[in-house]
Design a protein around this ligand. Structure first.
Ligand code: CDP
Length: 234
């Protein structure tokens, strides 16, 4: 397992991905975007035309398709059967279907296993998702949970969509975000919630730089307090 594991969990569009990427960059750590894994499997299932509610068929996707997740400058590249799908997995139709994979206990088990395999190959890692501090890496060195008010998150998602050339009304985006929050928080396995020992940060009134600064303010003292630093020296 990696010598240093930092988990960042939180709801949709709370800024986790950007912050996690920046933090990883500053710390010279690998970055794992676990949402991209859920998205990649969702996209493959959609392309295979299987019934999204059929768990057995969903699980078979993991054997029928080859998934590869690779650290790339500025983020994580996703390949399905050797084809770069990094852009496609962000499409709204994938977002709308991801809950089928996210609420399947078997799929979650398999994906958490893949996340732990990824961690074994890294020296330092910043991982982000919904269940990284609670389920995937309960012994992580430092755990964060980022939140923000739904309207603020909707504005951030709208700006992101606009930057990618698509547009949607703020109202529609907020409704979709709130629906996903509900389904993420209410599932039986790996629900969206802060770990008991997570540092919770409300980012509603903070920009990315301010959040990264806050996180670094927590990480640095922890790194030098002994435990983590000692393990890093090995
Ligand atoms: O970017 P955004 O926050 O909208 O979503 P994402 O992080 O790409 O994750 C997409 C979906 O995957 C989430 O709504 C969750 O349902 C699911 N997910 C999960 O269940 N567990 C994770 N560790 C990561 C994502």
């Amino acid at each position: 397992m990696a010598n240093l594991i930092i988990t960042i969990d939180g709801p949709a569009a709370s800024g986790k991905s950007t912050v996690a990427r920046r933090l990883a960059e500053v710390l010279g750590a690998s970055f794992l975007d676990t949402g991209a894994m859920y998205r990649a499997v969702t996209l493959a299932a959609m392309r295979a035309g299987i019934a999204m509610s059929d768990e057995k068929q969903l699980v078979s996707i993991l054997n029928r398709y080859k998934f590869r997740f690779e650290a790339r400058e500025g983020g994580m590249a996703v390949y399905v059967n050797g084809t770069d799908m990094t852009e496609q997995i962000r499409k709204p139709e994938v977002t709308a279907n991801v809950r089928y994979i996210a609420s399947s206990a078997k799929m979650r088990e398999k994906l958490v296993e893949m996340q732990r395999q990824f961690a074994v190959r890294q020296r330092k890692m910043v991982t982000e998702g919904r269940d990284q501090g609670t389920v995937a890496f309960p012994d992580a060195d430092i755990k964060f949970y980022l939140t923000a008010e739904a309207i603020e998150r909707a504005k951030r998602r709208q700006a992101e969509l606009q930057a990618n050339g698509s547009s949607q009304s703020l109202e529609k985006i907020q409704v979709a975000i709130e629906e996903r929050d509900k389904s993420d928080a209410n599932r039986a396995i790996g629900p969206l919630k802060p770990a008991d020992d997570a540092i919770v940060i409300d980012t509603t009134n903070l920009n990315i730089e301010e959040v990264v600064k806050k996180l670094l303010g927590c990480v640095n003292p922890a790194l030098w307090k002994g435990g983590v630093n000692h393990r890093l020296r090995r």
